[in-house]
Design a protein around this ligand. Structure first.
Ligand SMILES: [Mg+2]
Length: 353
């Protein structure tokens, strides 16, 4: 099947720059793509019109003219190994305004963000072609993990977030927060960590994300501190759910050692940014948590079959996409997360509209 392709790039400034062990990030650049096809060409050629995958992303109802549209989002993260914004734009330009199914299914692995966007847009378009669009039953809501700013700013942010979630409809709502570490000296961060723990709402889960920015000694200290907290719960019964990527991907053996030495779980993120790396970690026997960023990991169909085959303990997570990429990512989370973990999509207030 052939589609006509439209695309436009965007740049959204962060309200306040995001500080991680990778550095400071102040503008999110990406590309929205639009696939169009006519209903007539669909009905004559598509074998899987009832595709259950066809529930994600943004789409538009068939218009009177019989043209359907599906949107997708390219949201690159080159410091995680994806293509750059410029490379993704070159790829879109190279299509000269049209693309077909074979070309979508064979986008090279060095364009993982394009694989996600084009497959998501096609899925959205197929959904728009179904007779009962939109789907009658909304999926069950997912728990959301809210990202706190790094450093001292986390202490005011936690107050505001906890207050805004205080009157959540569901009184059993479980607060889950993520805090970036490895952005300042460890002793300074330990002091803030203590204050942060005291401010967490009762029964919260806290995730620490080092973005690979610790050394082995610092990772030991953080994990020992987390184990102590999890063994002797304080007044508010909060726990450390996991530490994300304490060491850089190059230190695989130390990551495995940490996962075997401490009881606080370790989640891989930078280590498994692509499907190839994800497969390699699973084959090497990683039995901890896998943080999956669907917008940059690569082909959703291949991700789907891999996760279903191996029943991984996953946490699906955002790369600061717009609603188009976010909805496609959340659809995959709905389908593929095997445990009741909050998804890493609590980023609403980080970017300008
Ligand atoms: Mg991370």
């Amino acid at each position: 099947m052939n589609y006509s392709l439209g695309y436009r790039s965007y740049a959204r400034p962060f309200r306040r720059p995001l500080t991680t062990a990778h550095g400071v990030w102040s503008v999110r650049e990406g590309i929205i793509i639009e696939l169009r096809s006519s209903l007539a060409s669909r009905s004559s050629s598509d074998p899987d019109g009832g595709d259950p995958d066809a529930r994600n992303s943004d789409a538009r109802n068939p218009s009177e003219s019989g043209v359907v549209v599906g949107y997708g989002e390219i949201a690159p993260l080159p410091w995680f190994g994806s293509e750059t914004q410029a490379e993704a734009l070159d790829f879109c330009r190279s299509c000269s305004g049209t693309i077909n199914d074979v070309a979508i299914d064979t986008i090279p692995d060095c364009f993982p963000a394009c694989q996600f966007a084009f497959e998501s847009a096609r899925t959205a378009l197929r959904l728009a072609q179904l007779p009962h669009f939109p789907p009658p039953k909304p999926p069950k809501p997912l728990l959301i993990c809210h990202l706190l700013p790094a450093g001292q700013a986390s202490l005011t942010a936690i107050d505001a977030l906890a207050q805004s979630l205080k009157h959540h409809r569901d009184h059993t709502y479980r607060h889950t927060y993520k805090w970036k570490i490895g952005t300042a000296s460890i002793d300074h961060e330990f002091n803030i960590f203590q204050a942060l723990l005291e401010k967490l709402p009762t029964g919260s889960k806290l995730r620490l994300d080092a973005n690979g920015g610790l050394n082995a000694d610092q990772a030991d200290r953080w994990l020992a501190a987390c184990d102590r907290i999890n063994q002797h719960l304080g007044n508010n019964n909060s726990t450390i759910e996991f530490i994300e990527q304490p060491l850089p991907p190059s230190q695989w053996h130390d990551l495995v050692r940490l996962s075997q030495t401490f009881t606080t779980p370790i989640a891989l993120d930078e280590s498994i940014a692509s499907l190839t790396q994800l497969r390699a970690a699973q084959t090497s026997g990683w039995r901890g948590i896998y943080v999956i960023k669907p917008a940059i990991v690569g082909s959703p169909q291949r991700l789907r079959s891999f996760c279903r085959e191996h029943q991984l303990d996953t946490v699906f997570s955002s790369v600061f996409e717009t609603a188009i990429g976010r909805d496609a990512g959340l659809q995959l989370a709905q389908e593929l997360q095997t445990r009741d973990r909050a998804v890493g999509y609590g980023l609403d207030d980080w970017l300008m509209p």
